[in-house]
Design a protein around this ligand. Structure first.
Ligand code: DC
Length: 219
């Protein structure tokens, strides 16, 4: 039987860590949907397609033809783009920016949503990312909206980028979180939003362990 636990919420709230750890504890697979969007955007960038902050953008047909020919897989915490491990390349702040811009495009979302649903089909999965509870898996078995104060999220993002061995300062982490929050919540298509039937978990003053216990209790 397919059972999906979907976790949504702003960046840096702890979604990924919580989802990964929760999956491990209850024996479900983990799917990071952001990694799909990042890998798809990496492929578009490699194909020479742009989506600049100044509004210069590739046309739908060009994006469609590249993504039609793209294979993204996610297994055991690793993302593969056309069979090649891409977990590190997709993590830079630049890729985060570009992904946030590309993922506002309908043509991009259509392809990525299909790839993510295919990946989850027939499995027991904990998945996380923007609009997993509202659009990708509206009928998920359980839904959570994991959030935290902006300040806490900036600090966590900074640590996360450092953990990826990226040479960033706290200001860059702040820009990363604040700018992407704004763009992700204001965009027309699938903006960041809490599903009406999602349970809210505020992790500002909680450790991962405490947040997990809260979720396990609710499950
Ligand atoms: O979760 P993340 O930081 O890896 O996500 C990178 C970008 O991808 C984020 O700015 C929005 C987009 N994204 C999305 O639009 N839908 C998802 N389900 C996951 C990510």
């Amino acid at each position: 039987m397919s059972r999906i636990i979907a976790i949504d919420g702003p960046s840096g709230a702890g979604k990924s860590t919580i989802a990964r750890e929760l999956a491990k504890r209850i024996g479900f697979e983990y799917i990071d949907t952001g990694a799909f969007y990042r890998a798809g955007s990496l492929k578009l960038m490699q194909a020479g397609l742009t989506q600049s902050a100044q509004g210069e953008e590739a046309n739908d047909a060009a994006i469609d033809s590249v993504l039609r020919d793209t294979r993204i897989e996610f297994t055991e915490g690793m993302v593969y783009l056309d069979g090649v491990a891409a977990s590190t390349a997709i993590r830079t702040p630049q890729m985060g920016e570009l992904t946030s811009r590309f993922s506002a495009r309908k043509v991009v979302r259509e392809h990525l949503i299909k790839m993510i649903r295919d990946c989850a089909r027939g499995k027991e999965v904990v998945t996380e990312g923007r609009d997993t509870t509202t659009v990708i898996f509206p009928k998920a078995w359980r839904k959570f909206y994991v959030t935290a104060s902006t300040e806490v999220r900036i600090r966590r993002r900074f640590k996360q980028l450092r953990d990826y061995h990226l040479d960033v300062d706290i200001r860059q982490a702040e820009m990363d979180v604040v700018k992407r929050d704004r763009r992700d919540s204001e965009r027309e298509l699938s903006p960041l939003a809490k599903a009406v039937d999602a349970l809210v978990i505020d992790t500002s003053d909680k450790s991962i362990e405490e947040s997990l216990e809260e979720i396990l209790g609710l499950l």
